[in-house]
Design a protein around this ligand. Structure first.
Ligand code: DGJ
Length: 730
């Protein structure tokens, strides 16, 4: 039994294969967080010490127990306004203007059969998935919090979310509703977060937590953002890729989010993650509930690579649609960097023909095929083919592309509207704008008020009409600006704080409807590259364009950062032309191929412009990708470079540990330099592996302890790839 409940002690123990998550309702009904770590088989509340630290008040019923304070005890879901002065998980305003919530334990319920949280994406689970719901109540207001925990035992993952329910008689204004709160009373901790910007997303940074201070990682852009991914890792200072304790907090949400990491007066660390409270308010009428997004938690005592693998497994197995989980995806060529807005059907067909000759399998027609769009100033919302520009209908184009032996994909940007569009002329009120104020524009476009059903219906109608008419196997779903002027005509004045979350709920609803109606069409997420790369979008889109930066050397950092939380099968990665369009850098085609192979693998160039030698290289690249595809997409991924080095290396190991693929890119070649030495991971120490390139036979132990050294390399950004096959046991 993975959920153990000691009713007398009111002790709740949730166990996955390696971990224990534990909490306990104490004599006052305060739900204490007692442990998240390796299994111990013990009531871990023995570690909790009460202490009078001064200026930390006591609940009324404790009278002279000055050592008992909500301010110093590890809380499972922290209160507000009643003496816990650390960051709170929930903030509310009651009808009389008071602002406290004092949670006390009010019972539990065992759950079986995972359900998706209302209106939101969630881990899939199945009829056997076990869960626990704990009810906390605020006796004065009637505001109940139902804390939900689902166990994904094999992946060492616990999924938390909260449903707030108003059982009182008056409306309650929710100002903050986090998905998770967790206290770590002992020891110094560090946090790894993933910051970035357009064309440089998810850069991993590790930081200490200032005592008495608070770090905030956040997006208030309406989207999960390029700037701060909704995923953080807490770890011990000595944790590395290979060893040490680490805890992951990944929010399954694509809108505004906040991850707070604070250390209190005594160094106790608190992590809170959820929808960003700034700008957010939700009016909870009597009898109604508010559901938070799910937070995917995982713990590893074996370092960051092991933690990442837990996330890779759970995203592959429980987030991505089963339809796409093991599907072989076509090697695509995307028209964006090949033609930008300058194309017609004939040009696209030439591109398709030359792509087919090299082994590519799908042509994706990017931005510019609809309305009157020849640049980014117009037509978003007018999802009707520009036949005058193409020289034929979309149906005809898709048929001709298929006749060339390629599948066909199409770009859309559904959540946006151009002021210069028929849609805007007909429905100017559909855009999120504020009364009497000129709207903030970005990329010359406005954002649709996706919370409104008539807008969702319009988009569903337009996109389904295209998918019914033309043969389209793939949609690239883009989103090219942040939200501003977040005011909805559909909401009264006192509910405008709901608009940003309703935008996200509406987008999810549209994605849900489209994926249900057209399950055979794969949707790739995108937001000016990787501006909405999160578990929420991955529920609908099995892969997401990782970045608009296609420079292979920059991609090393972007894909490496992304890999801390997300598997390579989700990372859109393409080989592009050189000099690179974003950096002007020249990188050998072989290196560009190896880097894109650590993702979904495709091309973002015009194959006609390649030299004959380059064409041969591309053909070989595609063959190599197909040869290793199962190992890359389904194998275990390891980051191998642990500190500042002149190379980046990674490897894939098959689940049976009988084959492995090591890739290395030298980012700085030095005269008379050192030999790069890479210590492998994840192999079976007792088996013998044969190196395909040299024929050497070495034990897994030797490869992992002694490593492989590479000869000195020369030239710009050289790369190496080594395939290892385990010898049959005698
Ligand atoms: C941003 C995307 O990330 C690009 O790949 C491309 O689709 C452009 N938008 C088109 O506008």
């Amino acid at each position: 039994m993975s959920i153990r409940i000691d009713e007398k002690e009111r002790l709740f123990s949730l166990e996955t294969v390696h971990t224990l998550y534990q909490m306990k309702a104490d004599e006052n009904g305060v739900l204490l967080h007692t442990w998240y770590g390796l299994k111990t088989g013990t009531d871990m509340s023995y570690r909790i010490r009460t202490v009078n630290r001064g200026f930390s008040g006591n609940p009324y019923e404790m009278q002279t127990r000055f050592d008992y304070s909500l301010d110093t005890l590890p809380q499972e879901y922290s209160t507000d306004g009643v003496g816990d002065y650390r960051p709170s998980a929930v903030q509310v305003t009651l009808a009389n203007g008071s602002r406290s919530a004092d949670w006390r334990y009010a019972g539990y319920r065992l759950l079986k059969g995972k359900e998706k949280p209302q209106g939101l994406p969630g881990l899939r689970g199945n009829a056997e998935t076990e869960g626990l719901e704990i009810k906390l109540e605020d006796r004065v207001s009637g505001l109940n919090a139902f804390l939900t925990y689902w166990l994904f035992e094999a992946q060492d993952v616990i999924v938390r979310s909260v449903r707030l329910e108003n059982s009182g008689d008056e409306a309650i204004r929710i100002r903050k509703a986090a998905s998770v709160c967790m206290d770590f009373p002992y020891g110094t901790k560090e946090v790894i977060h993933f910051h970035g910007r357009h064309a440089m997303e998810r850069v991993a940074e590790r930081a200490g937590i200032p005592q008495g201070g608070r770090l905030a990682f956040e997006s208030r852009r309406g989207m999960s953002s390029h700037q701060s991914n909704p995923y953080i890792i807490l770890c011990d200072p000595d944790t590395t890729e290979r060893q040490g304790q680490c805890w992951g907090f990944m929010l399954m949400y694509s809108g505004n989010h906040l991850e707070e990491v604070s250390a209190d007066q005594a160094g106790s660390v608190r992590v809170i993650s959820g929808i960003h409270p700034e700008g957010f308010e939700w009016m909870l009428e009597p009898g109604k509930s508010f559901q938070t997004p799910e937070a995917i938690l995982s713990f590893s005592a074996e370092g960051l690579n092991a933690l990442s693998r837990n996330y890779h497994r759970v995203i592959r197995e429980e987030v991505i649609s089963p339809r796409w989980r093991d599907a072989k995806k076509p090697v695509l060529v995307n028209s964006w960097e090949a033609t930008y807005f300058d194309f017609n059907a004939e040009k696209l067909l030439c591109l398709a023909r030359s792509a087919k000759e090299l082994g590519m399998e799908m042509l994706v027609l990017d931005d510019g095929w609809f309305g009157k769009r020849d640049d980014d100033s117009t037509s978003l919302g007018d999802w009707v083919c520009n036949e005058a520009k193409l020289g034929c209908s979309l149906k005809e184009l898709s048929e001709r592309i298929h006749a060339e032996g390629l599948k066909f994909g199409l770009w859309v940007e559904p959540e946006m509207i151009s002021p210069d569009s028929d849609l805007y002329r007909e429905h100017p009120d559909w855009a999120l704008t504020e009364p009497e104020r000129l709207p903030m524009i970005s990329r010359r476009q406005l954002v649709l008020d996706m919370g409104r059903e008539e807008i969702q219906d319009y988009l569903f109608g337009r996109i389904s009409a295209i998918l019914r008419d033309a043969r389209v196997e793939y949609i690239k779903w883009d989103c090219n600006r942040s939200i501003a002027n977040c005011w909805s005509l559909a909401l009264p004045e006192d509910r405008q704080g709901e608009a940003a979350h309703r935008f996200m709920l509406g987008t999810y609803r549209l994605l849900e409807r489209l994926t249900e109606a057209f399950p055979e069409v794969m949707i790739e997420g995108c937001s000016g590259g990787g501006g909405r790369f999160d578990a929420g979008m991955l529920y609908y889109c099995p892969q997401i364009w990782c970045s608009d930066n296609t420079d292979a050397i920059e991609r090393l950092e972007i894909q490496r950062g992304t890999s801390y939380g997300y598997p390579v099968c989700t990372m859109g990665a393409h080989v592009s032309a050189c000099p690179n369009h974003q950096t002007g850098r020249n990188v050998p085609l072989e290196t560009r191929g190896i880097v894109a192979q650590a993702g979904t693998f495709g091309y973002e160039l015009n194959p006609e412009k390649l030299t004959e030698a380059e064409k041969e290289t591309v053909k070989k690249q595609i063959e190599t990708f197909h040869r290793f595809e199962t190992l890359i997409e389904g194998g275990d991924y390891y980051r191998l470079d642990e500190s500042e080095t002149d190379y980046t290396a990674w490897m894939f190991v098959s689940p049976k540990k009988d084959e492995a693929l090591l890739s290395l890119v030298t980012t700085h070649v030095r005269a008379n330099g050192m030999f790069p030495l890479v210590r492998l991971q994840g192999l079976d120490p007792d088996r013998i592996y044969r190196r395909e390139d040299t024929g050497e036979e070495l034990t897994g132990a030797a490869l992992m302890q002694g490593g492989i050294s590479f000869p000195q390399m020369t030239g710009d950004y050289p790369c190496e790839q080594v395939y290892l096959l385990a010898m049959k046991n005698e």
